[in-house]
Design a protein around this ligand. Structure first.
Ligand code: MTE
Ligand code: LUZ
Ligand code: MOS
Length: 755
């Protein structure tokens, strides 16, 4: 966010898709979905809907002029269901009316008869029945089978991690306007404008240039609008194009929660072997990913789980298997961390169990095995400029770990019914899209005759502050005040073939492209200045703090005068640039390569308090040492840290997505689905920016920060487990997140469990 955006947000003046002023005659769409998880559609009668006053039209799959397909890599997802439905909440028909209320009333009036078929919700069952989204994948290094013999301790077990609803503040929304050429303009709340453009063109049977997609800003995305904003945009576009009238489609919170996918729940089997000193020698893990009914991004998310199976640790013998299971839940999708958090959680559980077996603390195993330069990941990439151990050591000292542990011990000695726990959580997260081709972006920079600047890039601002960072990049290259620079909306007409703003790459990819475009303009301005001043070569000209210097001497030229002069000299003041991350590749036949530009590192100390009578846990403190590179914008980075940590803690301790036996979402409102609020956020969040942390591949030596902080939340689970152990050392605690108060009580009082 630019500072200006912050004011708009705080004052409630920022304009989101639903707030935009539309032509007076615009219409509203609503969606009729399936109430059955799996079945044959016997009949769909729209007549009762058409009879509702104010209804213009009802569209079903038959009304799609192009292809009824929103799938990306795997083409398995119709926009509107045809003869079969595959999850509760799957769209069947679009109703368009003169008000959203009328459209919703009519959508409910549609008569749908569905003959149920057997449905699968469980990954083990899906796997047993061969219901997979893609063939299983295996990443391996060394030789696990022969390594078990060298181990003093081998532990194994099962880990479950739960789903998570994105709860972006702005629900899914789009509006579409027909163009006079027979095309359509779509304003969409998407992280992926080019994907929306491609799919709308496919649905309508149009060339992509007839579809313009514009994104003003998002009220949060968190991955939930990386792939799943497309559907609503395509529906609005279909309706607008068919009716030749503007159409708006905005989901209610309840619709959003029931129709869209969430973080993938995982069920994982692990086996971890260590020597007597606690070195991890061998790790075998199988991730069963609950993909839901269609592929969406599941294979890519599963792949990132495989990349991050060993987190921040060096383990010589590894076999990681990923199985993406097709079930009859709504399609699960990208969510901050993109499969990384699920993988990290499994290994931390394994370490917790191994620590019990070895009679040591988990932190001793963690510390002994931290990555360092020269180590390699199971997929072959070598570790360089590794800051894992530094972050850990600085965290231990800065936050005085020994004193903290002592305090916890004393507190636990004094209190019978309240216990504290402390856990460390080191993280390592690869930065780049693992699909190498996505690591590209464009920027388009316009300098106007008054010296003000407008910048378009591939980046979508969703609250993560990418606009502020790009503004900072341009301000540094031009050496002008940031207030002169405006970040434009994101539009497919200004930048073509954009990647989604995702994988935490927004600032790097678009920052680099912006830097290149600005440098082009600076070169031209220097030429113009040299010509004007008459006695200097262009390389002797410098623009510094809005003033123009020649051979170090001040001149009469300012930024504004120079720009104006260049214009009258007929010099172009616009530049376009493209950036592609160098030196990354990945071979999917061998599962080896170097897919990441660099890694984010850090360590968190997490302290929890447990009320052993009520089972309720509060996080007292999260204290982090994180490698931000040379931070491009410390305030934005701090905000990302705080938000990511809270979101991660929510996933681990609070947020529970539940379905009934027929695949209907039970936790379908914010009354039944609990996200962190002011009462449940950590009492204290401290963030220390690791010093001397230059990062050459990043924009201006920075490291990106979007997703990694989420991973620190995992520490909350283990801080809670430590507190539970302090109360009942022999408790059998399942590795099953979220660890809600109910689960805590069941683990602490097993004998009192009702039969
Ligand atoms: N922060 C806010 N406020 N809102 C968001 O939607 N999304 C997260 C992260 N931080 C998000 C956020 C996710 S999932 C990603 S991938 C990155 O921001 C995307 O932005 P970036 O690439 O510019 O870091
Ligand atoms: N999206 C994607 C992502 O397509 N590829 C990725 O590697 C990725 N990583 C994180 C978040 N979104
Ligand atoms: Mo983030 S999950 O890459 O949108």
């Amino acid at each position: 966010m630019e500072p200006r955006d912050v004011f708009l947000h705080v004052r409630g003046e920022a304009v989101f898709v639903d707030d935009a002023l539309l032509p007076a005659e615009h219409l509203f769409a609503a969606i009729r979905t399936s109430h059955v998880a799996h079945g044959h559609v016997r009949s769909l009668d729209i007549a009762p809907a058409m009879a509702v006053p104010g209804i213009y039209e009802v569209f079903t799959a038959r009304d799609i002029p192009g292809e009824n397909q929103v799938g990306k890599t795997i083409l398995d997802e119709p926009l509107l269901a045809e003869s079969e439905v595959h999850f509760v909440g799957q769209p069947l028909a679009i109703v368009v009316g003169e008000s959203a209320e009328a459209a919703r009333r009519a959508a409910r009036a549609i008569q749908v008869e569905i003959d149920p078929l057997p449905a699968i919700y469980d990954v083990r069952q899906a796997f047993a029945e061969g219901s997979l989204i893609a063939p299983p994948r295996t990443f391996s290094s060394g030789d696990v089978e022969s390594a078990w013999e060298q181990c003093s301790v081998v532990v194994s077990g099962t880990v479950e991690s739960g789903s998570q609803e994105h709860v972006y503040m702005e629900t899914q929304s789009a509006f579409a306007l027909p163009t006079d050429r027979g095309g359509v303009k779509v304003v969409s709340a998407t992280q992926s404008p080019s994907m929306v453009q491609l799919v709308v063109a496919r649905i309508l049977g149009l060339p992509m240039h007839e579809v313009e997609v514009e994104v003003p800003r998002l009220g949060g995305g968190f991955g939930g609008k990386e792939d799943q904003a497309t559907h609503w945009a395509a529906m609005a576009a279909l309706a607008a194009w068919r009716l030749k009238k503007p159409v708006k489609l905005v989901l209610t919170r309840h619709e959003d929660m029931t129709m869209t996918g969430k973080r993938h729940p995982y069920l994982s089997d692990y086996k971890l072997g260590l020597d007597a000193e606690g070195h991890m020698l061998a790790y075998e893990v199988t991730f069963y990913q609950n993909g839901g009914a269609v592929a969406d991004l599941s294979p890519a998310i599963l792949e990132r789980s495989l990349f991050h199976a060993t987190n921040a640790y060096a383990i010589p013998h590894v076999k990681a298997v990923g199985i993406s299971c097709r079930t009859h839940l709504p399609p699960n999708t990208a969510f901050r961390g993109f499969g990384g958090p699920q993988a990290l959680f499994v290994l931390e559980c394994a370490i917790f169990k191994a620590a019990e077996a070895l009679g040591v603390e988990p932190r001793e195993i963690q510390k002994r095995n931290l990555l360092q330069d020269g180590d390699a990941f199971p997929y072959g990439a070598r570790v360089e400029r590794c800051r894992q151990r530094r972050c850990w050591d600085v965290a231990e000292q800065k936050y005085n770990l020994q004193a903290g542990l002592k305090e916890v011990r004393q507190y636990n000695g004094r209190n019978a019914w309240r216990k504290k726990g402390l856990a460390l959580m080191p993280i390592c997260f690869g930065i780049s899209f693992t699909s190498t081709f996505l690591n590209q972006a464009g920027a388009f920079v316009n300098v106007y005759v008054d010296g003000s600047v407008g910048i378009s890039t591939s980046a979508v601002e969703m609250g993560q502050g990418v606009n502020a960072k790009i503004q900072e990049v341009a301000a540094r290259i031009f050496s002008i005040r940031p207030e002169r620079i405006k970040l434009e909306t994101t539009s497919t007409s200004r930048i073509a073939n954009m990647p989604p703003t995702a994988a935490s790459t927004g600032a790097d990819l678009n920052g680099h492209a912006t830097r290149l475009a600005c440098l082009d303009i600076v070169e031209r301005l220097k030429d113009a200045a040299a010509r004007c001043l008459g006695k200097n070569a262009p390389h002797e000209i410098e623009i510094r703090d809005e003033a123009v210097y020649a051979s170090g001497e001040a001149t009469e030229l300012t930024w504004e005068k120079l720009v104006n002069l260049a214009y009258f000299d007929r010099v172009s003041l616009c530049a376009q640039a493209h950036c592609a991350t160098p030196d990354i590749f990945f071979d999917r036949d061998t599962n080896k390569g170097n897919p990441f530009a660099y890694y984010a590192y850090g360590t968190a100390l997490v302290e929890a308090s447990l009320d052993c009578l009520r089972g309720t846990c509060s996080i007292d403190a999260v204290r982090v040492v994180h490698d931000f590179g040379r931070s491009l914008h410390p305030l934005v980075d701090l905000g990302q840290m705080e938000g990511g940590i809270v979101q991660g803690v929510g996933w681990m301790l609070l947020e529970e997505v539940m379905h009934d036996a027929d695949g209907r979402l039970l936790t379908d409102t914010l009354a039944t689905y609990k996200i962190p609020d002011i009462h449940s956020i950590p009492g204290e969040i401290q963030v220390h920016f690791l010093e001397d942390a230059e990062n050459p591949p990043g924009i201006f030596q920075s490291k990106t920060v979007g997703e990694p902080p989420f991973l620190y939340g995992i520490g909350a689970y283990f801080a809670l487990l430590q507190a539970m152990k302090a109360f009942r050392p022999d408790a059998h605690i399942p590795f099953s997140s979220p660890m809600t108060p109910e689960k805590v009580l069941l683990a602490l009082y097993p004998g009192d469990r009702p039969v």
